[in-house]
Design a protein around this ligand. Structure first.
Ligand code: DGY
Length: 321
């Protein structure tokens, strides 16, 4: 019987995923869930056939160049793969995969939570209760923005964006979107397509960001584009922090041009722009879009399905490089 492939697993994974890893591979697990440095990953990968990382590990061109020759694949436990320099991976002949689809529902749930939480001032309200500073009820107390029936703009109508549109229809929201491609009418389900971001923004009483991090989307929501939103819009981001120019959004939140923001992802996580914490009109979560038991299992199994394909000589379903 041939030896099982060796897989370096950079973070602690769900028990069922680690069980399957032990059954089919020789895994190098991380039971204490330490955050490895790039140097540690390079060392730990010595003799490994593949690496199963998360978005917390950065595979820059320099790291990829220093990986041991034994490593043939990077099977990400994430749908986003902006932490991997795919051009460098391709040039080196490394196979790279991700885990699409399985986190659509969980991430859409968090987008809806952000949208409602920001509009209805959930962070502020929770703080009042927790800190015993809730004094009274009054008609003017904690008045927020009603979600029902408003116009929602979805920036990036991909897998998650489409689920958000379905959930938002449950709140009678009118859906508008921009994507590089227009959807077929049956998929659009009445959503209004805008050919450019600039066309979309002026109609967005609510804006939910669902585009991946690419060189084109970095800083996409900058001061000029934020100024195109209706006064008092609510901005939500459950995709990637880099899409938003923090200084621009913070200035708009301070002036009231943007009434509130619900954010689950940030530039430079977890060392986020400190002013977000100081603002009362932000509702902030620590990148937990995919953090449900069901989804984390499914992400792990999907990463393993990709590894299984690779090591049985087949094309993995979710190859991105
Ligand atoms: C993803 O899968 O990209 C999530 O952001 C978690 O990494």
């Amino acid at each position: 019987m041939s030896a099982k492939p060796v897989v370096l697993v950079t973070r602690k994974l769900p028990a069922a995923v680690e069980d399957r890893l032990r059954r089919d591979y020789e895994p190098r697990l991380n039971p204490d869930d330490q955050l490895y440095s790039s140097g540690e990953i390079i060392e730990l990968a010595e003799g490994a056939d593949a690496i199963l990382p998360c978005h917390t590990e950065k595979f820059t061109a320099e790291v990829i160049a220093r990986l041991p020759d034994s490593v043939k694949a990077i099977a990400n436990f994430s749908v986003g793969y902006d932490h991997v320099d795919t051009a460098a991976a391709k040039a080196r002949g490394l196979i790279v995969t991700n885990t699409p689809e399985v986190l659509n529902d969980a991430t859409a749930e968090i987008a809806m939570l952000l949208l409602i939480g920001a509009a209805r001032r959930a962070g502020e309200g929770e703080m009042l209760v927790r800190t015993r500073t809730w004094k009274d009820w009054s008609p003017s107390f904690m008045v927020g923005i009603q979600v029902t029936g408003k116009r929602l703009g979805i920036l990036g109508m991909g897998r998650v964006g489409k689920v958000v549109a379905r959930r938002a229809r449950g709140f009678d929201m009118e859906i508008h979107y921009h994507d590089v491609r227009r959807l077929d009418p049956d998929q659009e389900a009445g959503a209004v397509y805008h050919q450019t971001v600039e066309d979309l923004l002026p109609v967005c009483q609510f804006l939910s960001v669902h585009c991946p991090s690419t060189p084109e989307t970095k800083g996409l929501l900058n001061a000029e584009r934020i100024a195109l939103l209706p006064h008092g819009a609510v901005v939500v981001n459950a995709a990637r922090g880099v899409v938003i120019d923090d200084e621009a959004l913070i200035a708009a939140l301070k002036s009231g041009a943007v009434a509130a923001a619900g954010l689950d992802v940030f530039n430079d996580e977890p060392d986020i722009h400190p002013e977000y914490r100081e603002l009362a009109n932000t509702f902030l979560l620590p990148h937990i879009g995919s953090a449900t038991r069901e989804t984390r299992d499914a992400m792990g199994f999907r990463a393993l399905d990709n590894l299984d394909a690779i090591f049985s000589g087949h094309e993995p379903r979710d190859r991105v490089a």
